[in-house]
Design a protein around this ligand. Structure first.
Ligand code: PNS
Length: 178
């Protein structure tokens, strides 16, 4: 089996977890996956299962969408987790958590989360990446709101996600229609 660059240089391969709700994945998330996948040996995109939020899409649907739009990345895996992120990271032998920061308003929450995770498992560090500026204002929450009010989300989410949103909103309006 061929060695990775880090193995050849005697370094520990970087296995990173990119955790999130991904309800649904946006082009900002995808941009981050693209950037992170170039920096690490293996990137595990992990959907949080036991969220207190009321998601629009099930965990299975969110994973399906993530799988569909990341087929081109050979070192990216899609998974889901429950419980503490750092425990999941340890189970997966990951040494890095990747998070995206859009604006300064994200910073406080991310700082709290990073320091809590570090306190729980100091050996796992968090790195932050910034999506391209064209994506810096996109959030899953806003995408869902705009879409449900008949606004265009074209260019904000991958095409397959737009189709899923259309289907989901249609199903919600006509729950008994088959
Ligand atoms: O996309 P999100 O909703 O900002 O992602 C938040 C996520 C999933 C990274 C965060 O809620 C999380 O890690 N939850 C797992 C529970 C946990 O580990 N909590 C302690 C650290 S805050």
């Amino acid at each position: 089996m061929s060695q990775t660059a880090s193995q050849a240089e005697g370094r520990i391969p970087v296995v990173a977890i990119y955790p999130g709700s991904f309800d649904p994945i946006t082009n900002g998330h995808l941009d981050l996956i693209c950037r992170a996948s170039k920096l690490v040996e293996r990137l595990i995109v992990a959907v949080l299962g036991n969220s207190a939020k009321h998601p629009l899409f099930t965990v299975a649907e969110r994973k399906e969408m993530l799988c569909e739009v990341t087929t081109g990345f050979s070192n990216v895996e899609i998974d889901s987790f429950d419980g503490l992120l750092v425990d999941y990271a340890a189970r997966r032998n990951a040494n890095i958590i990747v998070r995206g920061i859009r604006a300064i308003s994200d910073y406080e929450y991310e700082l709290q989360m990073t320091l809590m995770n570090r306190r729980l498992r100091p050996q796992i560090d968090t790195i932050f990446l910034m999506a391209g500026e064209a994506y810096s204002f996109i959030s899953s929450k806003m995408v869902k709101e705009v879409f449900s009010l008949n606004g265009s989300v074209s260019g904000l989410v991958p095409k397959p996600v737009e189709a899923r949103l259309r289907q989901k909103i249609h199903d919600r309006k006509e729950p008994n229609a088959n």
